[in-house]
Ligand binder design. Structure first.
Ligand code: BG6
Length: 483
C-alpha cells in the first residue's frame, strides 16, 4: 500500500461558507457578506467576481436579509460544530481544514486588541477537534477580507494591510498555536486576478489606474505577508508548518500544434507564478517579463526580495477539481471551470456546472508540482458539486460522488507510488455548504446532507449519504479498499 500510516484523511471547509452567525460574537462584516445568491447565471459566465460598487455594497449592508445572502447564514456551523465534528470523527477523519474569519478576531481589521468572543469560538472548535483526534489544518484567509478595509483603501492594494494581517496572524499563533500545527496563509492566492474583491478586498470602481496592476500589487503584498507570517510561525512554534495554497488549474494543449503548446506553456507560467514565489522564494524572470508586457510592475519595497527568499513555505497545498484545454483557435468550444472559462476537452465529461471531470489530471498535477518544487504536497480541496435527491425514506444515494472520489483516489495513490510526497487529503466539502461562486447549497459536495434549500428553508438536519459509509471504509483501510 502506497500511503504511509501518517497520511491524513479528512475534509475541508471555509468559515464564510459554513459558519453563518454573521452578526454574532462581535464579528465584523466581511466581503462574503455581500455575496448574493446567483442560481440562474449562465454557467459560461460563472465566476465569483461580482461587479460591486460602493453604492451596491452600502445597499447590501443596509439590508438584514439572510435569504438572498446565503453566506450570512451558512449551515450554522458556528452553533452546530459539535454535532458536525462528531460526524467527521465517525467517518474516521484525522484532519479537518477550516479557516479563521479575520473579522471574528478583528471586526474591522484595524483594532489593536482582538475580540475575545471570537477567540473563544475558535479555541472551542480546535479543542474539540483535538479531543476527537482530528488535526486542525487552518487557513488564515479564505475569501473573507474585512469589508471595512475594502471600503477604506481596497484592502490588499494598500501596503498597510500587511501589518494588520501580521497582527491578526500573531494573535492566531499566540492563542491557538498550542492546538494548531498546520497552517495555510491564503486560500487559492492566485485567485485574486480572477476575483479581486473576494480574495483581495478590491472594489474595482475605486481603483486608480489599471485593475490588473492593482491585482498584482495586492498579490505582491499577500506574498510578503505570507513570508512574514511564515517567519513568525517558525520563530514562535518551530515545529509547526506553513503551506501555500494554489488553485491547480492544469491546462492541456488542445492539439499538438506548436502554437497550442506555446499558449499552454504561457498559461502554465502564470499558473505556477504563486508557487514559484511562495515555495521557490523568487519571481521567475519570464513571468515578470510577461507581466511587464501587460504594463504590470511589481511594487518591491526594500527587504521584500530577501524576505521572500529566506522564508518560503514548508509545504504546498492545492485545490484540484478539473482541468481545461488551451487553443489558439478563437472558435474552440469553451466550458466553465473553477472561476475560469477555458477550452473544452473532447475527452472529458463535465458536471452540470460545466467543470470537466479528470482524475488522471490529479496525478499529472501532483507529479508536475513535486517535480518542480520537491516539497511535500497536501491536497486540501477536491470534490464534486452535484444536486442530490432525498428519498421518501430520508436517504441520499450518491453513486456519482463515490465514483468521482474513487477515480481520484486511484490516481492520487498512483502518484504517491511514483514517489510524490503527499501529507494528506481533505475533500471539499465533507458536509454540504454554501457554494463560493453561486452561493447555492444545491451544488452539494458533502458526504453529509444538510436539510436546507437554496433559500435557507429546511430543518438544517444532518443526514449521512451513501458516500459517508464509503469514505469511512476508505479511511479505515488507508485507501486500500476503494469499494
Ligand atoms: C475552491 C474554493 O476554489 O472551490 C472554495 O477554495 C469553493 O471556497 C470550492 O467552495 C468549490 O467552488 P464552488 O463555487 O462550487 O463552491
Amino acid at each position: 500500500m502506497a500511503l504511509s500510516d501518517s497520511f491524513l484523511w479528512g475534509g475541508a471547509l471555509a468559515a464564510n461558507q459554513a459558519e453563518g452567525a454573521w452578526r454574532e460574537g462581535g464579528r465584523g462584516p466581511a466581503v462574503s457578506d455581500i455575496a448574493k445568491y446567483r442560481p440562474n447565471v449562465d454557467p459560461r459566465e460563472y465566476a465569483i467576481h461580482h461587479a460591486h460598487t460602493v453604492e451596491s455594497i452600502t445597499a447590501a449592508m443596509a439590508d438584514d436579509d439572510e435569504t438572498y445572502y446565503p453566506k450570512r447564514r451558512g449551515i450554522d456551523f458556528y452553533h452546530r460544530y459539535p454535532e458536525d465534528l462528531a460526524l467527521f470523527a465517525e467517518m474516521g477523519f484525522t484532519v479537518l481544514r477550516v479557516s479563521i474569519a479575520w473579522t471574528r478576531l478583528y471586526p474591522t481589521g484595524e483594532e489593536t486588541e482582538p475580540n475575545e468572543e471570537g477567540i473563544a469560538f475558535y479555541e472551542g472548535l480546535f479543542t474539540q477537534m483535538r479531543r476527537l483526534g482530528i488535526e486542525p489544518l487552518v487557513t488564515l484567509s479564505h475569501y473573507d477580507p474585512p469589508l471595512a478595509l475594502a471600503l477604506k483603501n481596497n484592502c490588499w492594494v494598500d501596503r498597510g494591510t500587511i501589518a494588520l494581517f501580521e497582527r491578526f496572524a500573531r494573535t492566531c499563533f499566540e492563542r491557538f498555536g498550542h492546538l494548531v500545527k498546520l497552517w495555510l496563509s491564503f486560500n487559492e492566492i492566485d485567485g485574486i486576478v480572477r476575483h479581486p474583491l473576494t480574495s483581495g478586498g478590491i472594489i474595482e470602481e475605486t481603483v486608480e489606474g489599471s485593475i490588473l496592476q492593482a491585482c498584482y500589487t495586492a498579490l505582491h503584498h499577500q506574498f510578503v505577508a505570507s513570508a512574514s507570517v511564515t517567519r513568525m510561525l517558525h520563530e514562535m512554534w518551530p515545529e509547526s508548518q506553513m503551506g501555500c495554497m494554489l488553485t491547480m488549474l492544469k491546462t492541456y494543449p488542445l492539439t499538438c500544434h506548436p502554437d497550442d503548446i506555446a499558449a499552454t506553456q504561457a498559461k502554465d507560467r502564470l499558473l505556477y507564478l504563486c508557487t514559484d514565489v511562495q515555495a521557490g522564494g523568487a519571481y521567475p524572470r519570464l513571468a515578470l517579463n510577461a507581466l511587464a508586457r501587460q504594463g504590470v510592475e511589481i511594487p518591491f519595497a526594500e527587504g521584500d526580495a530577501e524576505l521572500l527568499r529566506e522564508h518560503p513555505v514548508d509545504f504546498i497545498s492545492l485545490s484540484y477539481y478539473m482541468t481545461l484545454a488551451e487553443s489558439v483557435d478563437p472558435d474552440a468550444e469553451r466550458t466553465p471551470g473553477n472561476t475560469v472559462l477555458g477550452v473544452k476537452n473532447p475527452y472529458l465529461e463535465s458536471s452540470e456546472w460545466g467543470w470537466q471531470i479528470d482524475p488522471v489530471g490529479l496525478r499529472i498535477s501532483l507529479i508536475d508540482l513535486y517535480d518542480r518544487y520537491g516539497k511535500p504536497l497536501f491536497i486540501v480541496e477536491n470534490g464534486l458539486g452535484m444536486r442530490d435527491e432525498l428519498t421518501a425514506e430520508g436517504r441520499i444515494h450518491d453513486p456519482y460522488r463515490i465514483d468521482y472520489f474513487r477515480a481520484h483516489f486511484r490516481e492520487m495513490i498512483r502518484a504517491v507510488d511514483e514517489g510524490v510526497e503527499l501529507m494528506g487529503y481533505t475533500s471539499w466539502a465533507p458536509i454540504d455548504i454554501i457554494s463560493a461562486s453561486s452561493s447555492q447549497i444545491s451544488k452539494r459536495y458533502g458526504f453529509i446532507h444538510v436539510d436546507l434549500d437554496d433559500l435557507g428553508r429546511g430543518s438544517g438536519e444532518r443526514r449521512r449519504k451513501d458516500s459517508f459509509w464509503w469514505y469511512q471504509r476508505v479511511i479505515a483501510t488507508n485507501g486500500a479498499d476503494l469499494g
